[in-house]
Design a protein around this ligand. Structure first.
Ligand SMILES: NC(=O)c1ccc[n+]([C@@H]2O[C@H](COP(=O)([O-])OP(=O)(O)OC[C@H]3O[C@@H](n4cnc5c(N)ncnc54)[C@H](O)[C@@H]3O)[C@@H](O)[C@H]2O)c1
Length: 255
């Protein structure tokens, strides 16, 4: 039976738990790593960016375990999970967050190589990592998963990002299906961020005119921050969301 935590200790349930964050070296993933460690968890941070992972280790020492891993590679994912279990004994919470926009291409121009790359990094990785997660031991009770979808699942995203939007729609369906599959062992939810100022689209965000144009389309009249998405991820991963599974939550400023 779940017990509510007294207010002020909302995220006490993270203490000594292990939170695995894919794509955790920057942006939204990194913000979740920072918050989870702040609430007393240990973080397994998986990314392709070895330099940023080293920065994370330098900052957090034994509170983090890092793996340089391409989450689109199933064998590499299983090896990274073995390394993570060896370091921390198990994994309690998973953020399937690693993602790429891909090259801007219409359906007409889309080559097989690029299509496979975007589908593999954004979608197939969620199958691989979720499978490794559920086969891995937990260190405590109340396991949970949060996947990163996007409002592009509904809006279709920017023209030229058709492969990206497709993967994010599929992640929303994957979330609902996986929630059924893993219940009652683990809860599974997703976030659908709107436009968040991270490095994922640094070419687009580099131009202040683009930022202003995008902000004007958002009811709250500004882009979101990685920190704001991380707050929602932490809440869904935590015991505070103990009766919530199979939903996709927008973090979009009303877009
Ligand atoms: N920023 C936005 O506007 C926005 C909107 C909706 C959804 N999202 C989603 O949020 C997630 C995080 O994006 P972000 O905005 O923080 O971007 P980001 O580029 O800052 O972070 C993505 C991280 O994933 C890592 N990564 C990329 N490919 C990888 C691979 N094959 N294996 C392992 N790691 C890999 C990158 O190195 C990077 O550290 C993505 O899934 C993205 O689609 C972002």
């Amino acid at each position: 039976m779940h017990q509510s935590q007294p207010s002020g200790q909302a995220y006490e349930s993270f203490r000594d738990k292990v939170v695995l964050v894919t794509g955790g070296a920057s942006g939204i993933g990194r913000a979740v790593v920072d918050k989870a460690i702040g609430y007393g968890a240990k973080a397994a941070v998986w990314d392709v960016n070895a330099e940023r992972l080293a920065e994370c280790r330098a900052l957090y020492g034994e509170k983090v375990h890092t793996e340089v891993v391409n989450v689109a590679d199933r064998e590499a994912v299983d090896a990274a999970m073995a390394g993570t279990i060896k370091a921390f004994g198990g994994v309690d919470h998973l953020l399937n967050n690693a993602g790429i926009i891909g090259q801007r291409m219409t359906v007409e121009d889309m080559n097989e190589l690029e299509l496979d790359r975007v589908l593999s990094v954004n979608l197939k990785s969620a199958f691989y990592v979720s499978s490794a997660f559920i086969r891995a031991p937990a260190t405590g009770e109340n396991r949970s998963v949060v996947n990163l979808s996007s409002i592009a699942a509904r809006t279709g995203g920017m023209v030229g990002n058709i492969a990206y939007a497709t993967t994010k729609g599929a992640i929303a369906s994957f979330t609902v299906a996986l929630a059924k599959e893993l219940a009652p062992k683990a809860r599974v939810n997703a976030l659908a961020p709107g436009v968040i100022n991270t490095e994922i689209q640094k070419d687009v965000f580099a131009d202040p005119a683009n930022i202003e144009a995008m902000a004007n389309l958002i009811p709250l009249k500004r882009l979101g921050t990685a920190d704001e998405v991380a707050d929602a991820a932490i809440w869904l991963l935590s015991d505070q969301a103990s009766y919530i599974t199979g939903v996709v939550v927008d973090v979009s400023g009303g877009r």
